[in-house]
Design a protein around this ligand. Structure first.
Ligand code: C2O
Ligand code: CU
Ligand code: CU
Length: 479
């Protein structure tokens, strides 16, 4: 079937084992803060500084470093990271950070970045959700060989949102993402800034995923055609994560960074999330929801209010799934009483609507089995169709089975119009601009899309990364 999928495991194991052994022998940065008698145990709270007395039984949530995208070099290579509780795991990381550094920029900035490939396989970086020229999009045709590099330069033309970046090499994406190569890419703009949303320590990116570990405690990837499902939830690369919070309003910017798992997010005290944004930025108005279903690559921007709570109380962000699929993700422990704090704006933004009346072309895409779209397996060099710039189109995503299929389109956002069959409804987090939408068994999801920015070759694929790697992907060309 797929070359990559058959060859991974043994080779990776060796590579990762070597990386962690090397780091332990030489005493890496990660270990320098340790107690001498516990060479593999980090002091509690190291990741965010200071002891965290309140986090009983939980590991301090890591907040990845924030970087600007100007002159940024991102080196992808095997490394080690504390995944919580002193477990030093072999991972693959950009610049030694697991998850990768959070890139932060503003609309109108120019990103100039370079990928250095320190892996043993080809890789690319795809800027998921970024509207960029196709040669900057990390298309697998433009993969960089081991030891090579790739220069990216593009203007940031879109509104504020939280995107992300991850590898996209042909047949190897699932492995490279699962081993740790992924980070957030936050764009700010004036419209969002004027809302005075919680910021600084009160704005928390949360990359949630599942993971498995080998007997040495290193991250382990097992390619599985139905999709990788790990047994251990990680939030920002940390298991059993906890965060000390103040009694105020927080902005949680959540990415489902899993290969294949759908998360069903709730707060365990029944409190609602105030949903303010998703893949493509702010919604028009806040909406309260008690559960959010997120498939891989989807993002939600939510406000959570801890102001009614007492110091010492806590609330768990949990994913419902039943039995061993119910995961406690991160516990928010109220540590400090503060006064004042944020308020929820009553309106957020105005979203121009694509109109069904403007549709010129309707296209159907059937997600077949685990490897095909419209009966065809991905071919790097085949262009399946052309879309004229500036033309509104209706795309219909259909599946007969093997869901979930999180359908993702590169190059432009779309607006979801309807879902029939299956769950038979749209959800509040599917309003506004989306780049990924969940297709469950028996569902037909209709979206409207109009490419307004760049010509070139872009991808559509299932973002269950094992389906993508096995061929549930196609090229189309904007002309
Ligand atoms: Cu996040 Cu083509 O992928
Ligand atoms: Cu993408
Ligand atoms: Cu799929």
């Amino acid at each position: 079937m797929n070359r990559g999928l058959q060859q991974y495991s043994r080779r990776d194991f060796v590579r990762v084992a070597a990386a962690s052994a090397g780091a332990l022998a030489t005493g890496s940065l990660f270990l320098s803060a340790c107690e001498p008698e516990a060479a593999t145990t980090l002091a509690p709270g190291t990741a965010v500084g200071g002891p965290l007395m309140a986090l009983v039984g939980r590991n301090a949530l890591r907040i990845p470093p924030t970087v600007a995208p100007s002159g940024l070099v991102l080196t992808a290579q095997p490394d080690v990271a504390d995944v919580g509780g002193g477990q030093i795991a072999g991972v693959w990381a950009y610049n030694g950070s697991f998850p990768a550094p959070t890139i932060r920029a503003r609309t109108g900035d120019t990103a100039t970045m370079q990928l250095q490939n320190g892996l043993g396989d080809p890789t690319t970086i795809h800027w998921h959700g970024m509207i960029v020229p196709w040669l900057m999009d990390g298309h697998p045709l433009n993969a960089t060989q081991p030891g090579g590099s790739y220069a990216f330069q593009y203007p940031i033309v879109q509104r504020a949102t939280m995107n992300w970046y991850h590898p996209h090499p042909h047949g190897l994406t699932g492995e490279q993402v699962c081993m740790g190569l992924a980070g957030a890419f936050i764009i700010e703009d004036d419209e969002e800034a004027a809302l005075g949303l919680p910021s600084g320590a009160y704005e928390v990116p949360l990359i949630i995923r599942d993971a498995d570990f080998d007997s040495q405690g290193n991250l382990k990837y097992t390619a599985k055609s139905s999709g990788f499902l790990g047994r251990v939830p990680l939030v920002n690369g940390v298991r059993d994560a906890g965060l000390e919070v103040d009694t105020t309003l927080y902005r949680l910017r959540i990415l489902n960074g899993a290969n294949a798992r759908v998360f069903h997010l709730v707060l365990n005290n029944g409190a609602p999330f105030t949903l303010i944004g998703n893949d493509g930025g702010l919604l028009e108005a806040p909406v309260q929801v008690t559960q959010i279903d997120m498939s891989p690559a989807e993002r939600v921007d939510v406000l959570v209010d801890f102001s009614g709570m007492q110091v010492g109380e806590s609330v768990m962000l949990r994913s419902l799934g039943g039995g061993s699929n119910t995961f406690d993700l991160v516990e928010f422990v109220v540590a400090r009483q503060v006064t004042g704090g944020g308020t929820v704006p009553s309106t957020l933004s105005t979203i121009p609507k694509l109109s069904p009346a403007d549709v010129v072309t309707t296209r159907d895409f059937s997600f077949d089995g685990m490897t095909r779209i419209n009966g065809q397996v991905y071919d790097l060099n085949r262009i399946d169709f052309q879309v004229p710039l500036g033309q509104t189109e209706r795309w219909r995503f259909i599946t007969g089975g093997n869901a979930p299929h999180p359908v993702h389109v590169h190059g432009e956002y779309f607006q979801v119009q309807s879902r029939t069959g299956g769950r038979g409804a749209l959800f509040p987090w599917e309003a506004g601009w989306k780049d990924t939408v969940l297709l469950e068994d028996g569902e037909t999801v209709e979206v409207l899309i109009r490419f307004d920015h760049h010509t070139g070759t872009y991808l559509m694929h299932c973002h269950k990364l094992e389906h993508e790697d096995m061929g549930m992907m196609l090229n189309f060309q904007v002309v």
